[in-house]
Ligand binder design. Structure first.
Ligand code: THU
Length: 145
């Protein structure tokens, strides 16, 4: 369970992380803030590449930062995304749902029934769901034990 304060905190951090997005090709800027089971938080942004397939999504940037720092169990992630050209308008952000690859990567390090995903336009305007809702009947580490 995560409380409202923590949700706002994660959302704010995701919106801030979006400022670092490197997205000259798509113009779609994404930030993410990942809460680990020990309370630590890692942020990430999308990092595009001239060779488009080398692009990394914001969510995976955050996950790989966390895992490389020794965290392997996650409780929640906030995601804030939207087109750069919309930034000056009121609704700069979409509800940016995580792509399929990011859903599977999150699955590796969380209990899908407990993992909370927040897709955010602001601290007041967001959608909340579990990873199980986004990736039902998933394949995970236990299948290989
Ligand atoms: N993107 C993310 O960062 N996260 C997602 O879950 C969906 C897509 C990025 C990848 C690319 O840089 C841009 O958004 C457009 O696809």
């Amino acid at each position: 369970m995560i409380d409202l304060n923590m949700k706002s905190n994660l959302i704010q951090k995701a919106i801030e992380a979006r400022n670092n997005a490197y997205a000259p090709y798509s113009g779609y800027l994404v930030g993410a803030a990942l809460l680990c089971e020990d309370g630590s938080i890692y942020t990430g942004c999308n990092v595009e590449n001239a060779s488009y397939g080398a692009t990394n999504c914001a969510e995976r940037t955050a996950v790989f930062k966390a895992v490389s720092e020794g965290r392997q169990q996650f409780s929640a992630i906030a995601i804030a995304g939207g087109r750069k050209t919309d930034m000056e308008k009121d609704m700069a952000l979409d509800y940016a749902f995580p792509c399929g690859i990011c859903r599977q990567v999150l699955r590796e390090f969380s209990d899908p029934e407990k993992m909370i995903v927040l897709v955010c336009k602001s601290t007041e305007d967001y959608k909340e769901m579990t990873l199980e809702q986004l990736l039902p009947e998933s394949f995970g580490p236990a299948n290989l034990e």
